[in-house]
Design a protein around this ligand. Structure first.
Ligand code: HEM
Length: 200
């Protein structure tokens, strides 16, 4: 099984060589990864960072950006997850195929993010904040990354303050608190990815 919604289905033909399984999986997730790279290039100021740091933020943050973008694949009310092919699977089915705590945590994250009712502009600015807040290890020009992060966070704050009336302060705080949650989902997901690549 390959129980990741970035695949087209959780089922894998046991006769297929693992290299082929991985190739098909890559074909499924690559367009989404490419969109993150294109999105990053359009963040004002991102392309002015040293190329090494652009690559570092993308490596560390692509999963987190995708998690936000694809949060709506997790439907907590119907207890389903939609895979990139458009096929939907019940949570119980995915659990029986090996998904565990991470699947639960992602569902919970998605539900709480949806509850904040961000409009598309807020979502996009939040996603930019997520990317520039990615793990900084190995970043060369820390002060430029921090300056860009501050600028984007101020923009997000202004937008949320305009749109959310009396809930604005809590909405903004809740959004910032999503950053460490995303980091933890990223770490847990990397473990799954690593163990999958070690024993496919
Ligand atoms: C699990 C790869 C992005 C959600 C996995 C596994 C792999 C993987 C190899 C382990 C599968 C298994 O053991 O059956 C990738 C790659 C990604 C990616 C290469 C980069 C594009 C995402 C994103 C999400 C996601 C963006 C959420 C929107 C999940 C879930 C699981 C999973 C829910 C199962 C967790 C569990 O076992 O509880 N992924 N994934 N993945 N992935 Fe991904």
């Amino acid at each position: 099984h390959l129980v990741c919604p970035m695949n087209s289905s959780p089922y894998v033909d046991p006769r297929k060589p693992s290299q082929e399984v991985w190739e098909e999986f890559s074909m499924s997730f690559t367009p989404a990864v490419r969109d993150v790279v294109d999105f990053a290039k359009r963040i004002p100021g991102f392309r002015e960072l040293p190329e090494h740091d652009q690559v570092g933020l993308l490596k560390a943050g692509t999963f987190e950006v995708l998690m936000v973008r694809f949060a709506s694949l997790f439907n907590v009310v119907e207890r389903t997850v939609t895979f990139l092919s458009g096929k939907r699977y019940g949570l119980d089915t995915l659990r029986s195929l090996g998904a565990g705590e991470l699947l639960n945590s992602m569902c919970e994250f998605s539900e709480k993010l949806a509850a904040l009712r961000l409009d598309p502009d807020e979502m996009s600015l939040f996603t930019a904040v997520v990317l520039v807040s990615a793990d900084r290890s190995g970043i060369q020009d820390l002060s430029s990354v921090e300056a860009l992060q501050d600028k984007l966070i101020r923009g997000l704050r202004n937008l949320v303050m305009q749109n959310h009336g009396e809930d604005s302060a809590t909405t903004f705080t809740k959004l910032l608190l999503k950053l460490p949650e995303l980091r933890s989902l990223n770490n847990m997901h990397s473990e799954e990815l690593l163990s999958f690549t070690v024993h496919p």
